[in-house]
Design a protein around this ligand. Structure first.
Ligand SMILES: C[S@@+](CC[C@H](N)C(=O)[O-])C[C@H]1O[C@@H](n2cnc3c(N)ncnc32)[C@H](O)[C@@H]1O
Length: 484
């Protein structure tokens, strides 16, 4: 299912292309959607591409092809086939959805998942799925799945000789297999390949912004800036911020591995209900790593020695964040588990109900001079937190129902908005009145609103204008409190 913004982008691209005969530029898509950053239009186009609605040539302006939504058909995914040494044929009964147009009229089709590397030079890699037409003959040059001696199955290129047949691997590491024709039983010929997602092979190149390179500008105190977090963090002076509360994309919307399956629906983390389904929340592992490294290294640079950083996450991204903390030598002070007593039940019934989020708290100073209000933390009491007795030390499990009061959503909703109660607790234990609090992924502004209510200064950065507008309205309408 498309989000509202994705649908608007797709409709615009289609009608523009129909009228003008060429596709709109990213700037035009952005203008049509009322976006201030071209990168957001790019995010939407990339999401539509991942979902199989269109294809965009990299680095080519206006090179967008819109696919007409194809009729999809199911064919059996009959098992695994070795693209290495022949293995015993494995029979499994599953099915896979493919566009009807790749199947010629008539015929019996099936799919097999490939293991091994003997066809890599033919662009068939380990993990890919091959689509086959069932037939017991082949022409020289066709790729076939064949049984040798009626027991071992293999995927190879076929070549017919005068008295024998040869199975040729698509990898010079392996030798061709030549046989008498009656030892070979062809099962089908390959008509198409579904590629799996590119895997991470090397860690991305990492670059640090050097102190001298920073083109600082005055801090946008008590403002929410619409734009990219990394770009804006790079302009922020070093050692200028007391507390950072980052609620970055969690990567919950990560799509399926098989590109075509994504067209017909989302499987994976507990079904589509659990997904945010936003373009900004869909990154490959290497993109997630590179992105997280970039914004965290800037955060490290701009934090004061007495400051600290909190990052929200779940198991989808928190391992990456934890690793990067360690690589950047951001010392972990605590990991807090935000326990959500009222978590939404798991609809698929195939896993435990996810009922917590993780918060990593770290600091960058050499002397552990980060600010911690021990007394406030100890004195904290809320009748809603059944795990924090009054007057006892605050522990690392916070029992905070994931409820938002009506005034938290009255100016509009955000799919992953945090309750003010969580943000206020962080701010109260890790900052003082008058401190500067930065939220690089502001969303609907909860961290900034909590900061303002607790008499701190805030700086927000958010990519999407519609969320910036919600945050600004919330900030205009909130009042300073005396306690949290
Ligand atoms: C998890 S949400 C934050 C929700 C926020 N804590 C709240 O309570 O409303 C992450 C936000 O980061 C924004 N975002 C994603 N990529 C970004 C980027 N590169 N720069 C700035 N904001 C970004 C998304 O638009 C989204 O609103």
């Amino acid at each position: 299912m498309l989000t509202k913004r994705q649908k608007q982008a797709l409709d615009f691209i289609k009608s523009y292309t129909q009228k003008k005969g060429f596709a709109p530029s990213l700037e035009e898509i952005g203008r049509h959607l009322g976006l201030s950053a071209v990168s957001t239009a790019h995010h939407h186009v990339r999401a539509l591409e991942d979902l199989g609605y269109l294809r965009k040539e990299d680095n080519q302006p206006r090179a967008i092809d819109v696919y007409q939504k194809e009729q999809m058909v199911r064919i059996p995914l009959s098992g695994t086939i070795a693209a290495g040494n022949p293995i015993e044929a494995i029979e499994e009964k599953e099915s896979i959805t493919v566009p009807r147009s790749i199947l010629s009229r008539g015929g019996d089709f099936f799919a097999l998942k490939v293991t091994g590397d003997s066809m890599v030079e033919e662009n068939i890699d380990d993990g890919d799925v091959v689509i086959l037409r069932r037939q017991n003959f082949a022409e020289t040059g066709q790729k076939v799945v064949a049984l040798i001696d009626n027991s071992e199955a293999t995927l190879k290129k076929f070549s017919k000789g005068r008295n024998n047949v040869t199975l040729i691997p698509g990898n010079s590491k392996y030798e061709p297999i030549t046989l008498e024709p009656d030892r070979l039983n062809i099962q089908g010929i390959v008509i198409d390949v579904i590629k799996t997602e590119t895997r991470i092979e090397t860690l991305p190149k990492i670059t640090f912004t050097q102190e001298l390179e920073v083109q600082s500008r005055p801090l946008p105190i008590d403002q929410v800036v619409c734009g990219d977090a990394i770009e804006n963090l790079k302009k922020t002076p070093s050692k200028s911020v007391d507390l950072i509360i980052a609620d970055p994309p969690y990567n919950l919307s990560k799509g399926n591995k098989l590109q075509w399956s994504a067209v017909s629906g989302y499987k994976g983390f507990g079904g589509k209900w659990n997904k945010v389904m936003e373009a900004w929340d869909n990154q490959s592992l290497s993109e997630l790593f590179e992105f997280s490294f970039a914004w965290l290294s800037e955060c490290k640079r701009i934090l004061k020695e007495t400051g600290s950083i909190w990052v929200f996450g779940t198991y989808h991204n928190i391992g990456v964040i934890n690793t990067i903390f360690q690589l950047l030598e951001i010392e972990i002070i605590n990991e807090v588990i935000w326990y959500k007593r009222n978590a939404f039940p798991n609809l698929s019934g195939r896993r435990l109900t996810a009922s917590h989020e993780n918060l990593l708290w770290g600091h960058v100073g050499k002397k552990r001079s980060y600010y911690f209000d021990y007394k406030t933390a100890k004195a904290f009491f809320s009748p809603n937190d059944l795990l924090k007795p009054e007057g006892k030390q605050m522990r690392t499990v916070w029992d905070i129902p994931n409820n938002k009061e009506s005034n938290e959503t009255k100016f509009g909703k955000h799919p992953t908005q945090k309750p003010l109660s969580v943000c206020k607790r962080i701010i109260s234990v890790a900052s003082k009145e008058g401190d500067i609090i930065l939220a690089p992924f502001t969303g609907a502004g909860s961290e900034c609103v909590a900061a303002k209510m607790l008499n701190r200064h805030y700086i927000g950065i958010e990519l999407e204008k519609e969320y910036v507008d919600i945050a600004k309205k919330r900030l205009e309408n909130c009042k300073v409190q005396t306690s949290f």
